[in-house]
Design a protein around this ligand. Structure first.
Ligand code: DCP
Ligand code: MG
Length: 358
């Protein structure tokens, strides 16, 4: 079966966050890092890149290339927060999200929560939602495996998207410069050039054993990647703490019967995910957002994990009945389940964070 893999990578990540939060830096060459003797540039704004400033470059070199370069210290807690925000968006489409760092992740959307057939549409939506939620831009790559999706996300940076369709993967790889291949650094590239290998097409002329003999274990990877093959799976590395869904209504709700009806739809959706992920928790949380945007949450913990929809729905229905709508209409409702035994941390007493999807 052909998979649908998306790679998302934020543009000039740390620098873009700083330019977002400090308008005086916008449009200016900016480096995140310290201008000290032994400091290095973590990342540079696109304005600074025009001067040749790059990640991992010594700060002194960067200043020589671009004397007006502004240095700002990193604020990791803010980058981490943005990272969580984008991950929440990803999780709305699939559980198969594999973050590689704070600013990039692979998603396997072959099957997805929204039952969307087009990975291209999903990538577009994700880009838009990232912009709306964080005010930052991301680039996306879409293809049939990790190797190609990652190359693709780099192709139209910044704020770009590139798609390598199944029918095009072979010709794409044949035309690919050897430097773009996974595991090919400067030294290997030079060695390959000496052997007459400049593109994927050249690489394809050599057998697997020959490649392993000349390049070691990574030769296997070269052999398969040259044929557009990469079977590595997208491995989620996050412990799920809750499963949920929510809905913002087109017109605010006031009657409680209408609320129960709407909640039922949400409950069905949540239950589908619970079954899909075998995530049987003990705590049900109901979230309400009123028309004036006030948010209210109510939780109920049962003595044992909820394994039947009947129990889930009965409890949720009782909870929604207690919501006061005499003064304000309801704009949004959400349901989630948490307190899954496996998700408990051994030390106990830790407040589990509830993640809602919006
Ligand atoms: N980073 C770092 N040191 C490096 C490379 C990166 O500290 N040598 C940090 C800063 C980057 C972030 O990781 O903002 C993401 O790395 P990327 O390689 O994705 O680079 P950017 O997001 O900055 O730029 P691009 O638009 O090329 O993705
Ligand atoms: Mg990036």
């Amino acid at each position: 079966m052909v998979r649908k893999i998306i790679h998302i990578d934020m543009d000039a990540f740390y620098a873009s966050v700083e330019q977002r939060d400090f308008p005086e830096y916008r449009g200016k060459p900016l480096a995140v890092g310290y201008a000290e003797a032994r400091g290095v540039v973590a990342t540079a704004s696109y304005e600074a890149r025009r001067f040749g400033v790059r990640s991992a470059m010594p700060s002194t070199t960067a200043l020589r290339k671009c004397p007006q370069l502004i240095f700002v210290p990193p604020r990791f807690e803010v980058y981490r927060e943005v990272s969580e925000q984008i991950n929440e968006i990803f999780m709305d489409y699939t559980e198969l999200v594999e973050p590689l760092s704070l600013d990039e992740a692979f998603l396997d959307v072959t099957e997805n929560h929204k039952k969307m057939a087009s990975a291209v549409l999903i990538a577009k939506e994700i880009k838009e939602r990232i912009r709306a939620k964080t005010g930052l831009t991301a680039s996306a790559g879409v293809s049939i495996n990790k190797f190609l999706a990652k190359i693709a996300s780099d192709y139209r940076k910044p704020d770009g998207m590139f798609v390598i369709l199944p029918k095009d993967v072979e010709s794409f790889v044949e035309g690919l410069e050897i430097e773009r291949f996974f595991g090919v650094g400067k030294v290997t590239a030079q060695k390959m050039h000496l052997l007459g290998i400049h593109t994927g097409a050249d690489l394809k002329k050599f057998g697997e054993e020959w490649l392993v003999h000349h390049f070691g274990k990574v030769g296997h990877t070269y052999y398969y990647n040259a044929r557009a093959i990469d079977d590595r799976e997208v491995v989620p590395n996050r412990i799920r703490k809750s499963v949920g869904a929510e809905n913002t209504f087109e017109t605010d709700l006031e009657a409680s019967t209408k609320m129960t009806l709407e909640l039922y739809q949400i409950a069905r959706r949540v239950w589908e995910r619970i079954e899909e992920e075998q995530f049987y928790g003990r705590t049900i949380t109901l979230k309400i957002k009123y028309a004036d945007f006030e948010i209210l949450t109510r939780s109920k913990t049962l003595p044992s994990p909820i394994t039947q929809f009947r129990v889930f729905w009965d409890t949720a229905r009782e909870m929604v009945k207690l919501i006061d709508t005499s003064e304000k209409k309801v704009r949004l409702m959400g349901l989630s389940i948490s307190h899954h035994e496996d998700a408990q941390l051994p030390s106990g007493g830790i407040q589990l964070k509830l993640k809602f999807k919006d």
